[in-house]
Design a protein around this ligand. Sequence first.
Ligand SMILES: Nc1ncnc2c1ncn2[C@@H]1O[C@H](COP(=O)(O)OP(=O)(O)O)[C@@H](O)[C@H]1O
Ligand SMILES: [Mg+2]
Length: 116
Amino acid sequence: MVLKRIELRNFRNYEKISIDFNDKINILVGDNAQGKTNILESIYVLALTKSHRLLVENNLIKKGCIFCRINGWIDQDEIIKKLEVKISQKEKMVKINNKKVKNFINYISNLNIIMF
Ligand SMILES: Nc1ncnc2c1ncn2[C@@H]1O[C@H](COP(=O)(O)OP(=O)(O)O)[C@@H](O)[C@H]1O
Ligand SMILES: [Mg+2]
């Protein structure tokens, strides 16, 4: 399983960004507070629908915005799967291949990650 690409919308300090990842190694370089950890966090949220470093999850939404969205494309045995997590003040919604998934249990096993 390889995460090929992510697109962020109103996620923390990012209004709109897309990143195409290398299949092997990716290195994030930047000054302090530029948003390196936010990128890692967005992948964590894409996988598990919640952050690794938060009690108040609304902070995931960029200041002044009303929602945030994370899209990710996963290559699994050469089949591309699109994942989406959208968070607003009111609700959290997840989609696989543009189709809403009601039960989060069926969503969470799609992208396996390790964070350390
Ligand atoms: N909800 C938010 N809206 C706007 N900016 C945010 C939000 N949450 C965090 N930030 C900004 O994200 C930056 C920190 O990003 P971070 O990924 O921790 O940086 P680093 O590159 O040091 O890992 C800070 O500038 C902080 O103000
Ligand atoms: Mg950091």
